[in-house]
Design a protein around this ligand. Sequence first.
Ligand SMILES: Nc1ncnc2c1ncn2[C@@H]1O[C@H](COP(=O)(O)OP(=O)(O)OP(=O)(O)O)[C@@H](O)[C@H]1O
Ligand SMILES: [Mg+2]
Length: 499
Amino acid sequence: MTIVFDGISKSFGGTRALDGIDLRVEAGTIHALVGENGAGKSTCLGVLAGRVTPDSGTVTVAERPHPFGSPRQAARAGVAAIYQELSVVPTLTALENVFLGQERRRASVFEDRRRMREQYRALCARLDVAIAPAQPVAELSIGDQQMIEIMRALVGTPTAILLDEPTAALGPRERSVLYRVVRELKADGVTIIFVSHNLDEVLDLADHATVFRDGRISESRPTAEWTKADLTRAMVGHSLSPAIRTEQRNTRPRELLAVENLTVGSKIQNLSLSLAEGEVVGIAGLVGSGRTTLLRALAGDTPPASGSMRLHGDPRRWPRSVREARRAGIALLTEDRKRSGLFAEATSSDNLLISNLGAVSRLGVVSGSRSVAASRSAATAVRLSEQRLSSPVGVLSGGNQQKVLLARAVHFQPKVFLADEPNRGVDVGAKAEIAASLRGMAAQGSAILVVSSEFEDLYELCDRVLVMWRGTLVAELIGPEITIDAMVSKVFGPGGAVR
Ligand SMILES: Nc1ncnc2c1ncn2[C@@H]1O[C@H](COP(=O)(O)OP(=O)(O)OP(=O)(O)O)[C@@H](O)[C@H]1O
Ligand SMILES: [Mg+2]
């Protein structure tokens, strides 16, 4: 069904999130929305999904006026949405989450259950996932949680599906499954609007791409008329230099952290690694290879079954909590922003300063002028605009929340910084700045361990890449050995690609 936005505007306090949006999405097409962090993409989807009530303007769906302000009514009008921030309920099972909010159609509860189980199985088969229906969602990886959200969107057989950065949490295999499903949906006549910062994906998948800039549409064209460079220019207002690998700058090969024979449950077996001062090391691997578990174990967030740790050459007790790890100078940026410890009500500035109040205090009292200076410099390092420092973190767009978390790490200056998907949800313009700020931390002598599903990001950023497969390290690529092809060929393990 054709979707038409006509003069849609929305302000939040002083922020004009949408400023007179006119947009036509043709029935049965795939339409991509792109733009820098905070440009208004999620707000635009929110209007259609019944999450955001616009101040003015109308939307028609299949030539009927679309109801505002009620997700349930939006769903009745055939619109299903998958939000940027996961909205699964961690305490419920996979099956319960998939059917959450569905209106009951059968009189008998047993009949309902049976049908749900059947439909659940069919959805799993369609999305090529094996998630036990009774498994609590809290135990699933972020990628699997995302798949559960996608299943939930498909349950109601919608006529339009909105996907807000659906692939950010997915590995290459799940991504290609999602692309296939999106194309199948299109073939069935479903209208699809998706938001992505991955411009290759946009050009590959979408029929039409619209660029948002500061709450307005800067340009909208059929994909055939876009190039990656044009898209970038329309987003950021100027062109960016193409990706280049940073030279290996690690000049101080002094061991900072060494880990021996780490075993964590069934997820990591006998893994050993060491990080040197000033080094940026990447971990490449598929979803489920144990990357996140490794980072969480190093950060004191998941207790290992066995393993020993040395810091600066001295053996030390394995950290038993995140706090203990932080005291030793080991900090983690989690891939899951909801569990990252951002205080939604507090300002961005307070959220980032909290990691290291000592640095902005004198004689135990927090100094206003030092706080301002420190939060500005951390914000600059990650290209977070200064105006956002005084707004509550909870109202920032997803990508800008990620920048606040990174700024927090910049301010904390950990010895070992563990970054799980630091570029998740971050726009192309900011990626380079984030890479530069990670490099900057390394130049100060920290060691950085980065997990990313984007091989291109690892290629650009790392001095060394370790390839993880089923809980072990299966390859190490150093300097010029780091190529996208090398990573792709190693992540499937010794047997090579199987699918
Ligand atoms: N509930 C809210 N309260 C206050 N401001 C908001 C709210 N929701 C969005 N905004 C503001 O509206 C603007 C647009 O945000 P939006 O989330 O639509 O951006 P986005 O394009 O999706 O960005 P990203 O790529 O980072 O996800 C931002 O400045 C954001 O801070
Ligand atoms: Mg968004």
